[in-house]
Design a protein around this ligand. Structure first.
Ligand SMILES: [Zn+2]
Length: 304
């Protein structure tokens, strides 16, 4: 029975006072803010991607119920892992050209695997690894947190370099995990918390690896989601006010509710890396997110 039905019923039951009825109902949640998520823009200095990102940014900013902040989930440029200095520079120049000309909303950026410069030319270069992306995306640290509109936002760095079997793995390094534990402790259990990571902490697009109810028994393929998901699930379980995790990386829309947390993977601005508009059933787009005072989130996926 919803609120309206209950009040209607109460009108037919004169011995039940209106105060009794309204006290037995949960108070309606209040929206504190609206934000936008965009990610996997995979920008290159070519007409289609530059025009596409500009269109997407206009679409966000022309919403009648306009978001106040954009979260960028990472993989901002097509790729700097395997590209030389010249190619990487041209991609970042394209990124700056579009962002400066087409975006007037504040943007908080998260690091993606393709934003890391790992080409052989980067050896001994001060811009190597995550440094070039940090300089271009203007963030103070690869992981960080901030407060805004009554919410606590945590931005994580999912990408850890490794020597064999692919060049990166997807988990938090020890230093970052220590920081996260401290940050959560400081935030406490009342302020609503949103976590943003490039790679999903949990994704529904994984096969039988997650069969079994005990997360410590999961076999998680590197790159598909956070391999330290069992640790993070346990940590987040101590904070009932942490109900929302956002991510990208997989270019698909995904909605998983697990252990009290809503894990939302939010498609890709580039769709199928600008080859076509749709990737595995998800059209290129971005997400609008309404954040409520009870820590819940409503997502609307918008194609542009
Ligand atoms: Zn990625």
């Amino acid at each position: 029975m919803n609120r309206r039905e209950l009040l209607k019923t109460a009108a037919l039951l004169p011995w039940l006072s209106l105060t009794d009825v309204t006290h037995s109902l949960p108070s309606p949640r209040k929206r504190l803010t609206r934000i936008a998520y965009l990610g996997d823009t995979h920008l290159m200095p070519r007409r289609k991607p530059m025009k596409g990102l500009a269109q997407c940014l206009h679409h966000i900013q022309n919403q009648t119920d306009k978001p106040t902040l954009i979260l960028n989930g990472g993989d901002s440029i097509m790729d700097s892992v395997s590209r030389n200095r010249r190619d990487t520079r041209r991609q970042w120049e394209a990124w700056q050209t579009v962002l400066r000309a087409e975006c007037s909303l504040p943007v908080e950026h998260c690091l993606g695997n393709h934003d890391v410069w790992a080409h052989e030319e980067s050896v001994n270069d001060p811009l190597a690894g995550k440094n070039w992306a940090q300089e271009q995306l203007l963030f103070s640290h690869r992981y960080r947190s901030f407060d805004r509109d009554g919410w606590h936002f945590i931005i994580l760095d999912s990408i850890q370099p490794k020597k064999t079997g692919g060049w990166y793995s997807t988990h938090l390094d020890d230093e970052q995990l220590d920081w996260l534990q401290t940050d959560l402790k400081k935030t406490g259990t009342r302020t609503p918390i949103l976590v943003l990571s490039h790679v999903p902490i949990i994704s529904g697009r994984i096969g039988n690896e997650l069969s079994g109810t005990d997360p410590s028994q999961w076999v998680i393929p590197d790159g598909a989601m956070h391999t330290d998901a069992p640790t993070l699930i346990k940590l987040f379980g101590q904070y009932p006010n942490l109900k929302t995790c956002l991510s990208g990386h997989r270019h698909v829309l995904d909605d998983v509710r697990y252990a009290g947390v809503h894990h939302l993977c939010n498609g890709a601005v580039s769709g199928n890396w600008w080859q076509s508009k749709t990737f595995r059933g998800t059209r290129r787009g971005y997400a609008l997110l309404d954040l409520y005072d009870d820590g819940t989130t409503e997502r609307t996926y918008v194609t542009y």
